[in-house]
Ligand binder design. Structure first.
Ligand SMILES: [Zn+2]
Length: 59
């Protein structure tokens, strides 16, 4: 019943590591643990968009 704090915790979109606020790297509405994770995620996304344009994947 009182798990609100846990729900608010962010995870890195690339490696899914839980992030403390001080570690956030916030870009394009997503949270990452650092710059390289952000870039890796961008590249992954671009590759996905190329391979399947129509199918929207649910994370
Ligand atoms: Zn990461």
């Amino acid at each position: 019943m009182s798990k609100r704090a846990e729900n608010k915790r962010k995870n890195c979109l690339n490696c899914n590591k839980s992030l403390r606020r001080i570690d956030w790297y916030y870009r394009n509405n997503g949270y990452f643990c650092n710059k390289s994770c952000f870039r890796a995620y961008q590249e992954k996304k671009q590759a996905e968009q190329k391979s399947d344009k129509k199918e929207a994947k649910k994370a």
